[in-house]
Ligand binder design. Structure first.
Ligand SMILES: Cc1cc2nc3c(=O)[nH]c(=O)nc-3n(C[C@H](O)[C@H](O)[C@H](O)COP(=O)(O)O)c2cc1C
Length: 261
């Protein structure tokens, strides 16, 4: 079988949440995926990222609980926790005779960018190998517990779990804001009501279709009025939840000496 073009792989990708429970991933494919992860670009080539493969059932069970029992995780044969990690860099400097302070907003932001690039490289590598994946970000809501479970050092934060496996059925891609909205030339282009209305209609109808409901244009418009973009997201990310999680993360980042006061 000829392998698909890279762009085709990127454009057909969608998060998978239904894995073939008993279909294992070969060590060879897993190695290639991890290699794609470590090969991603990195600011200053410092590579402040660590990947932890979770195999132990007890560790899996504890992380599963942290991620609010997202049932599909259990069927994914491979879990890779992606961390932003300044520890290795600081240790390498110390081992070569220098103790310096590479912490604060700049290293942290570069670190998150670097880890995200690795994450996406692994997502695409998995997809190109005929696998599917989903990023489970809810682990970041429990930084202290994740640190304890995974025995993370200072300057290390678990960002996401990448769950990989063979999809039972490949989902359709989910609608995204189009290039006409996201891309502009020589300066910022603001979003208007028309952009939101068009995007939300396509998003809602795709979701309804996925749930087996094909509604008329009028019914979709009514649904969109009753479940607007703003209403949906402000319900999903409730202010109390966002504020409490912000506080937890801020405290953790200071305690882990990522950020300074
Ligand atoms: C940082 C991050 C965190 C995410 N966390 C979760 C999660 O906890 N659970 C989940 O089912 N999907 C999670 N996802 C997947 C998104 O829901 C998914 O990417 C989004 O709905 C768009 O769908 P698509 O990936 O199929 O294009 C996460 C994605 C990202 C990038």
């Amino acid at each position: 079988m000829e392998s698909p073009e890279l762009l085709e792989v990127i454009l057909r990708r969608a998060s998978v949440r239904n894995f073939e429970r008993n279909k294992k991933i070969s060590e060879e494919i897993l190695k290639e995926i991890l290699l794609a992860g470590v090969t991603a670009p990195s600011a200053g080539n410092i590579q402040p990222r660590t990947f932890i493969i979770v195999k132990d059932e007890n560790v899996k069970g504890r992380l599963y609980e942290l991620c609010e029992d997202q049932a599909f995780m259990k069927d994914a044969p491979v879990w890779i926790v992606v961390c932003v990690d300044l520890h290795r860099h600081l240790k390498a400097a110390k081992l070569t005779g220098v103790e310096y302070d590479y912490t604060g907003v700049l290293p942290y932001t570069f670190g998150v960018l670097d880890a995200a690039l690795s994450l996406e490289n692994m997502v695409i590598a998995a997809e190109a190998s005929g696998l599917g994946s989903v990023i489970v970000g809810s682990i970041i809501e429990h930084p202290e517990k994740a640190k304890e479970i995974l025995k993370l050092p200072k300057h290390c934060l678990a960002l996401s779990i990448l769950c990989i496996g063979y999809p039972k059925k490949r989902p359709e891609t989910r609608p995204k804001w189009g290039c006409d909205v996201v891309v502009s030339e020589d300066g910022y282009r603001d979003t208007d009501a028309q952009d939101v209305s068009e995007y939300w209609k396509s998003f809602v109808s795709s979701n309804l279709k996925r749930g087996g409901k094909e509604l008329s244009r009028e019914a979709i418009e009514k649904f969109c009025r009753e479940n607007s973009y703003g209403k949906t997201y402000s319900n999903h990310y409730k202010e109390e939840f966002v504020n409490a999680t912000n506080k937890k993360l801020n405290d953790f980042l200071r305690k882990q000496q990522f950020l300074k006061d």
